[in-house]
Write a protein that binds this ligand. Sequence first.
Ligand code: UDX
Ligand code: UDX
Length: 474
Amino acid sequence: MNFSIKKICCIGAGYVGGPTMAVFANHCPNIKITVVDINQKRIQAWKSNDPAEFPIFEPQLDELVLNCRDKNLFFTTNLEKSISEADMIFISVNTPTKTKGVGAGKASDLKWVEASARQIAKFSNSHTIVVEKSTLPVKTAETIKKILSGSQENNSGKTEKSFSVLSNPEFLSEGNAINDLENPDRVLIGGDDEKAIDALSEIYSNWVPKNKILKTNIWSSELSKLTANAFLAQRISSINSISALCESTGADINQVKKAIGMDTRIGEKFLSAGPGFGGSCFQKDILNLVYLSSFYQLEEVANYWQGVIDINNWQKSRISRLVVNYLFGNVSEKKIAILGFAFKANTNDTRQSPSINICRDLLEEGAHLSIFDPKVENSKIKDDLQNDLNKIEVVQENGSWEIASSVLDAANGSDAIILLTEWDQFLNIEWNELIKLMRKPAWVFDTRSCIDFKSARKAGFNVWTIGNAPFFNE
Ligand code: UDX
Ligand code: UDX
């Protein structure tokens, strides 16, 4: 029997569930898709008539949602109904790194995945294909299977329910999510039930060429996701480590980047030095690899991947240290403009953003920060700065911070500007105008190497760009 999918439920209306289901709905008008979330506020926001109120900012997302919403794409908090009528259920809930208990700081917290599996077990009615979309530790599918196999009968106790579990990791990169979903490099489907794999593959083949749909066993699929993110993150730690060497030796990181990127074996992508990688996936996925390797007593493997995280943490802290050093070793009561708080451009997401660490370090040094980001909500910045990174304790800060309404507002009266996110609007700043508002000597620290540094120098700034020796005007 071939499964023909008519109704999909997606648990989790976040950065992954929202955009993924919007793209599915646009390509599959005959499938009814319900995105369900326990967070009522989030669901309300998805239903808003004003796309600016959608909970997630992602280029092109609003038109896709508006095109399908209330036709074949629905947002709800009614979990029972959505699960019970679905042929296929995606689990897209968040899986943060555990902060306490066994594996704290390394293993993923699977409590929401487990809760979702239990709800599926409880409310589903007939044969259901369960698809892991969340990034998970290897062998999580087994846990999901065990939970599901505990339930045999439907709500009315008449027909037997059964499940197939598939792994279908997402590779979308925030800010480019719609393009990644529309034109994926590959779609990975892991599982052992061929009919279920075919059913999911059929959905994707509405817009993805068949040769890009890879079918693997479930553990290869799970491990490939972690490995892809670990390799990507490793490139960033590699180039960031070289950025420090460039600064010391007089080499220019952009020249090095170009020279190595032209080697087709290396390739030119993902070679931009920066303030360290952020986002909800890289650190978490590498920590999962470290945990998994240690579990299998492969300490050398665990240490190897831990090194990628260590360099990332070092990169963040070396930036805050060098800012303090260049400002005469003291930032106490100095105003510093922070441009960008999101972990990268084109997203309002701040999870694991290097801006958080760098701001916190400067606050501990007593600086007064004026923070401007074009998309991040003020309340998010507040949460991120007030809670300890591990959310364990609130550290008493010495400095202070405020939200600025524009680049000019942030820079007004400041000693330095630190650019932390490569938003387009920061690329063409009028440095001539800005310097008039600042205390001298005025510094700009460009951690993304994206500003027009020549104009900044000409305007009279001292300029530090990542991976280059500093330039002093005075
Ligand atoms: C995703 C992946 O699922 C995660 O594994 C990956 O590492 C990062 O990306 P994401 O969509 O970014 O997560 O997370 P988030 O934006 O926090 O959305 C998850 C949603 O699930 C939230 O809206 C949350 O309210 C919801 N949720 C969580 C439920 O609906 N039910 C639960 O039991 C738990
Ligand atoms: C990542 C993966 O790319 C995606 O495939 C996966 O499924 C989810 O995790 P995301 O975290 O959204 O996506 O963003 P990504 O573009 O990968 O950037 C991650 C971090 O690396 C950002 O902080 C970014 O600024 C940084 N980065 C990226 C660099 O510092 N230099 C680069 O050259 C590229």
